[in-house]
Design a protein around this ligand. Structure first.
Ligand code: NAD
Length: 364
């Protein structure tokens, strides 16, 4: 099989974990490769992914080799594979637009973004020259304009798109049509974790439904200490994130809860937590005879490797679609790996759909 050439937009913690993973799995035997949903996706292995372009705006990353930039501040995720080599691809300067919230300036440099003074690159031309086939969007939450800018660059450069952030692209008709017209696949929006707050909350909500328990009220409070959580202190940047996370849970219920009975969101920034995310979840319901019960759960995960576990399958499914000449939304892998896909499916159904897609038994 050939290589899968990807462009990374935003070289933060998620990009770091993904790139570390590509090298980590390089010398693994499939038998003892821990942490993957699929070793082989239509013939593609995790190490078949190659980063050919990288875009950021931070002075500690721009003009550095991407193999080095993934470990630069303010990135703080765990280094599970420190020997990522320099690969001869320098991070280019992107377009800032609304990528950085004004409140980010109030924090120490080690914790926040610092804009580079380098000249903005011509993104379309860089994408085209690099031979990138698929771009992954890893911009901060609330980067509405910046995301649309990169989406348009990808359309112009004929690059497929995986939207890992909660800006609605794959779930918006207007953009989906554009990708369809160009016969380019698109996956999105807002990547899930392998075992994170969303999938756990969805699974438990499904359990309540399956066991005939009426869910009356629930909350999901999340804390973390990475730039993602720092960025999300600005309430005005959170609108889509809250919709994405809340709909992911509401969609498994027979009847959605009234808004006052469901509260889901990033809740606070705790610097020393770094990339460790802690989720506090409470569900209150009624069982047989209208008798009350409640459930409390605390989940602690390293945020970014957890998302890379989903991204690594999304990339390979996207490549399969390119190989098969399929454009437009890939509904199965979007439902399985994204919080806000164009169409929600129960996770077990989405899993079967992905298997069928990988085996070439379904179109999208
Ligand atoms: N960590 C997870 O598990 C997870 C899960 C779901 C979704 N996400 C989403 O994925 C996105 C990335 O997460 P992360 O943890 O890597 O974030 P991060 O804060 O570590 O990285 C964001 C990167 O984008 C860069 N950037 C900012 N504006 C830019 C612009 N205009 N052009 C190019 N680069 C720009 C920043 O310099 C930084 O390197 C976030 O939106 C996050 O909510 C993350």
């Amino acid at each position: 099989m050939g290589k899968i050439k990807i462009a990374l937009i935003g070289i933060g913690n998620c990009a770091s974990s993904l790139m570390q993973g590509i090298y980590y799995y390089n010398d693994k035997d499939p038998k003892d490769a821990i942490g993957l949903m699929h070793w082989d996706v239509g013939g593609y292995k995790p190490y078949d992914i190659e980063v050919v372009t990288a875009i950021d705006i931070d002075k500690r990353k721009v003009n550095k080799d991407v193999g080095e930039a993934i470990f630069a501040k303010p990135n703080c995720t765990t280094m599970f594979y420190k020997d990522v080599p320099k690969i001869g691809v320098d991070v280019i300067m992107g377009k800032v637009l609304d990528g950085i919230g004004p409140h980010m300036k109030e924090f120490p440099e080690d914790q926040t973004f610092v804009v580079s003074e380098a000249k903005e690159a011509d993104v379309v031309s860089v994408l085209t020259k690099s031979g990138a086939e698929i771009a992954l969007n890893y911009l901060p939450v609330g980067s509405e304009e910046a995301t649309r800018f990169y989406v348009n660059c990808c359309l112009e450069a004929n690059v497929a798109f995986i939207n890992c952030v909660p800006v609605f692209i794959a779930s918006k008709k207007e953009f989906v049509e554009k990708f369809k017209q160009k016969n380019l696949p698109i996956i999105g929006d807002d990547v899930k974790a392998q075992i994170g707050a969303t999938i756990t909350h969805r699974t438990l909500a499904q359990l309540f439904v399956d066991r005939g328990v009426k869910l009356d009220r629930t909350y999901q409070l999340n804390t973390g200490g990475n730039t993602d959580f720092l960025n999300m202190l600005a309430q005005e940047r959170l609108k889509s994130k809250k919709i994405s996370k809340t709909e992911a849970v509401q969609s498994v219920l027979n009847k959605p809860l009234e808004p006052e009975n469901i509260h889901i969101g990033p809740s606070d920034y705790v610097p020393w937590q770094k990339d460790n995310k802690v989720c506090f979840l409470r569900m209150e319901g009624r069982v047989f005879g209208d008798v009350p019960m409640n459930l409390e759960l605390r989940l602690s995960v390293e945020d970014s490797p957890n998302s890379a576990g989903c991204a690594i399958d999304a990339i390979r499914c996207c490549k399969l679609a390119l190989d098969r000449g399929i454009g437009g939304v890939l509904s199965s892998i979007s439902a399985y790996t994204m919080k806000h896909p164009p169409q929600q499916f129960p996770d077990n159904k989405a899993k079967d759909m992905v298997r069928e897609f990988m085996q070439g038994e379904r179109q999208s």
